[in-house]
Design a protein around this ligand. Structure first.
Ligand code: 6LW
Length: 512
């Protein structure tokens, strides 16, 4: 007989279950199906939604906020503002998502009978705080909990507020008590709260009460999950939600980061989604620390080639701020994604960018691009002030780096007219290779951006007809959240900043 899997380290799945910038996960179950949503910030469409049958393999089935009537992210929306921390619940034969557009300073609720969409127009609630969640009691009352932590009794269909704020429980004293979720388990109402901030102090704590109104009694072993002060490879664990599986076991999804380099560590993939089993001990949830399993890539298959042959743009494609319908087309040139310039610089919001998340520390992206008579290429970005671009314009390819106030051209070469194939690859090392003991060795090994803390290198290549030419290798740490600040991670995109360009295909491949 197969031994029962032990909790934690030896589970047969690999974390993160969603690698890349998919933070603030919320999960629900409807029959045998699980659904998960994440924050999307200044990117549209908003609130990516995933489906799974086993909690481990996830597939994006759409985006909850995918039309202007549901989401507006004007060009002046700041990076890392926009849509925060959604919650998804299944209740009364329908799906409910509540979230906050912090740019509008409003919470909103949308519903759907099919989680792949369409989702309804929003009902807005002008209540304070972030991280709204919904729970229904036996009397049919709907409680919206928010950071703080407090709750409001509302009508989720109209947005009417009947009662509140009702103070709940604010954790054990850590900063930013947030991400509250209420669960009915047996005769108790459990309140899960995150505290300590969403970076390395992050923690998850629990309290319970006989009624959603409280009084809440803290658990005996808070925080029930934190990696603060440890050398675990996954850090900043928190912002958790729980679900009861079909077999009666309980599971927690949460965010974490995978910092690289020894000191100070930095992370580039944003806050990612992890899964851990929950045990119930003496009436309280217990979780073990989060590990990555045997590899750093998630269990899912994330390699992805888009030939732009479909009628609809895939759900993985996101754009900073609103993406006007006039900015892109799959029909102007059939089999190609055509992009029209809406702004003339990637240094300012408003430019046309269609991208996807970088999900693996080591990956390779290639694309075939016809810049026409304009200016277009591939960009890897955190925000408008932190991006590296491989740009094609008037028979030249060049690499441009923008970091904070600095902007520089790093490499240039002529390219043939018409469509050109370009590539961008990322390569990381946690520590120095053993053969490298001096800065001369570094130069010999062709390693850039390497210090005693390890490396993160982004390489840009172009296919000129005579094979691949390397244009530049840049240090990736400047495209990290620690440098750029904010809540997001890297996105790799196709862009145009002058005229009209067309992309025949885009290929994303985890390396190794
Ligand atoms: C979110 C807060 C947090 O509202 O980060 O991780 C904020 N926790 O709960 C943005 O994602």
């Amino acid at each position: 007989m197969e031994p029962e899997p032990a909790y934690g380290e030896s589970l047969s799945y690999r974390n993160p279950i969603l690698p890349g910038f998919w933070p603030d996960p919320s999960i629900c179950r409807a029959g045998d199906d699980y659904y998960l949503v994440c924050s999307s910030f200044e990117y549209s469409p908003g609130v990516p939604i995933f489906h799974s049958r086993d909690l481990i393999g996830w597939r994006q089935i759409g985006n909850v906020l995918d039309r202007p009537g549901q989401l507006r992210l004007p060009a002046d929306t700041l990076a890392s503002r926009g849509v925060y921390a959604p919650t998804i619940r299944y209740h009364d034969d329908r799906f409910w998502v509540v979230t906050t557009n912090v740019t509008l300073d409003r919470h909103l609720i949308v519903t759907a009978t099919d989680p792949a969409g369409p989702w309804s127009d929003p009902v807005y609630l002008d209540l304070p705080h972030v991280d709204p969640s919904l729970a229904w009691d036996d009397d049919g009352n709907c409680w919206m909990t928010v950071s703080g932590v407090e709750s409001y009794r509302i009508d989720p269909r109209t947005g009417e507020v009947f009662e509140g704020p009702v103070p709940m429980w604010s954790g054990t004293g850590g900063q930013y008590p947030e991400a509250p979720h209420l669960y009915r388990v047996g005769d108790w109402w459990y309140l899960l709260v995150s505290e300590g901030g969403t970076h390395t102090g992050h923690a998850v704590s629990v309290a319970r009460a006989r009624s959603p109104r409280g009084p809440f009694q803290p658990g005996p072993a808070n925080p029930i999950l934190t990696h603060r002060g440890t050398d675990r490879p996954v850090q900043a664990t928190g912002h958790a939600d729980m679900v009861e599986a079909t077999d009666g076991t309980w599971w927690m999804v949460l965010l974490g980061i995978r910092p690289r380099g020894q000191w100070p560590p930095y992370h580039v993939l944003g806050r990612e989604t992890f899964l851990v089993p929950v045990r119930w001990v003496d009436g309280w949830p217990v979780v073990d620390p989060v590990s990555c399993g045997s590899g750093s890539a998630g269990t899912g298959r994330w390699d992805d080639r888009d030939d732009f042959d479909d009628e609809r743009l895939g759900a993985q494609w996101i754009s900073p701020r609103d993406r006007p319908a006039s900015a892109w087309s799959l029909t102007d040139r059939p089999g190609w994604l055509t992009l029209h310039a809406t702004g003339d610089s990637l240094d300012r919001s408003g430019a046309t960018v269609v991208g996807r998340r970088q999900q693996h520390h080591d990956c390779r992206v290639s694309a075939r691009v016809d810049p026409g008579s304009g200016r277009a290429g591939l960009t890897i970005r955190i925000d408008e002030a932190h991006h590296y671009d491989l740009e094609l314009a008037r028979g030249q390819a060049r690499v441009i780096g923008r970091v904070g106030p600095f902007r520089q051209v790093f490499g240039e070469c002529p390219v043939p007219a018409g469509a050109v194939t370009v590539a961008l690859s990322t390569r990381t090392t946690d520590v120095l290779p053993p053969t490298v003991t001096s800065s001369d060795d570094l130069a010999q090994a062709g390693l850039v951006g390497v210090t005693a803390a390890g490396s993160d290198t982004i390489r840009f290549e172009v296919e000129t007809g005579d094979g691949w030419s390397s244009l530049a290798e840049l240090d990736g740490r400047y495209l990290s959240t620690e440098v750029a600040s904010g809540f997001t991670g890297r996105v790799i995109g196709m862009y145009v900043t002058e005229g009209t360009a067309a992309f025949d295909w885009f290929d994303y491949r985890p390396a190794g």
